[in-house]
Design a protein around this ligand. Structure first.
Ligand code: HEM
Ligand SMILES: *[C@@H]1O[C@H](CO)[C@@H](O)[C@H](O)[C@H]1NC(C)=O
Ligand SMILES: *[C@@H]1O[C@H](CO)[C@@H](O)[C@H](O)[C@H]1NC(C)=O
Length: 324
């Protein structure tokens, strides 16, 4: 009697442990593909490097692609899905339309890893995470181990993309709310905004800052922007987000302290003062800390609500859901 109830208890405990583990979800791991596709990571790195050689801006674009994927229902590759008759996806949402780029680089990488892995093994969501890291490293950032094992969504939502991605017109409190709603702190906001050490913005996103915020704008900088971004027209004219748009460095933070932020949202981090302003000063003065903390914050970004185990699928083609 005593023995059988002890047996009952251990079976019960084993079942409870299994239930708990599945409720917690499978964890992402750095060596997820080490058995199923050991060449996956080197293949992605090679192709990211080639894309950046062809066009240095592509590194920035790949970093942003991962961010916009992760902020909309987690890092699940949803941003890569093309619209269908039944679904309006994220590509034409306001923050993404005519703005997010790099889709064809991801297609090239996906078909290369499908070949190298002798099948459809590596998820699109993982490719986005690895391509972002490889871009950062290729452009002078510090490396970090990307965690893997994300699976791909079978659906995407334009409305969610419109609601969940912060806009450059936001003040600090709204930016902070947006990051907090994704489980990210003010510190994460300041560090991840350092992603703007890379890449460009179109005139339509910084026109207001140029003509309506002259109080916080460095006059020499404003002068150089005027020509490229007139009061009307030239919406798509590009300006760099910091002085060195193809190098991962702390120039972005130094720029904020000099009134040289291109976007209103970036200038807010310094202008609003307080803890955010202190962090801007800290990273402006400690580039080495920025390199370290940026990698750690990217890992956190990349861990937002992944699909794991039997959730979602591994898409054969990143643009379309698998046919059943
Ligand atoms: C904090 C809130 C953020 C806002 C409001 C914001 C807004 C923007 C805007 C308006 C652009 C220009 C888009 C265009 O002109 O079409 C841009 C570009 C970019 N953003 Fe952000 N962003 C934010 C956070 C981030 C984060 C967290 C990252 C990555 C860690 C990031 C990475 C980039 C990169 C790399 C570019 C340049 C892309 C390219 O040149 O193709 N941004 N962002
Ligand atoms: C996206 O951009 C295209 C091309 O500029 C435009 O025709 C289309 O209306 C835009 N879509 C949305 C939903 O705004
Ligand atoms: C500047 O601000 C005014 C008043 O809020 C607004 O009407 C105008 O559209 C803004 N101009 C730009 C270029 O954003």
């Amino acid at each position: 009697m005593a023995a059988s109830s002890r047996m009952g208890l251990s079976v019960y405990l084993a079942i409870m442990a299994a239930v708990l583990a599945s409720a917690l979800g499978a964890e992402l791991t750095a060596d997820y593909y080490s058995e199923t596709c050991p060449q996956a990571l080197t293949t992605i790195k090679l192709l990211v490097g080639a894309a950046i050689l062809r066009e240095p801006r592509m590194g920035a674009s790949l970093v942003r692609l991962h961010f916009h994927d992760c902020f909309v229902n987690g890092c699940d590759g949803s941003i890569l899905l093309d619209d269908t008759d039944d679904m309006v996806g994220e590509k034409t949402a306001k923050p993404n339309n005519n703005s997010v780029r790099g889709y064809d680089v991801i297609d090239t990488i996906k078909s290369a890893v499908n070949t190298i892995c002798l099948g459809n093994v590596v998820s699109c969501a993982d490719i986005l995470a690895v391509a972002a890291r490889d871009s950062i490293v290729a452009l002078g950032g510090t490396s970090y181990d990307v965690l893997l094992g994300r699976r791909d969504a079978t659906t995407a939502s334009m409305d969610d993309a419109n609601n969940d991605i912060p806009t450059p017109f936001m003040d600090l409190p709204a930016l902070q709310d947006s990051f907090e709603s994704h489980g990210l702190s003010l510190h994460d906001l300041v560090v991840l905004s350092g992603g703007h050490t890379l890449g460009y913005s179109r005139c339509l996103f910084f026109r207001g800052r140029l003509y309506n915020e002259t109080g916080t704008l460095d006059p020499a900088y404003a002068g150089s922007l005027d020509e490229r971004c007139p009061l009307t027209g030239d919406d798509d004219a590009l300006s760099a987000l910091d002085d060195t748009p193809t190098t991962v460095d702390a120039d972005y933070y130094q720029g904020l302290m000099q009134g040289r932020a291109l976007l209103h949202s970036d200038q807010q981090l310094y202008q609003a003062g307080g803890a955010a302003g202190d962090l801007v000063e800290y990273y402006a003065e400690n580039p080495t800390k920025f390199w370290e903390d940026f990698g750690a914050a990217m890992l956190k970004l990349g861990s937002l609500s992944p699909l794991t185990a039997d959730e979602g699928e591994v898409r054969e083609n990143c643009r379309v859901v698998n046919q059943v």
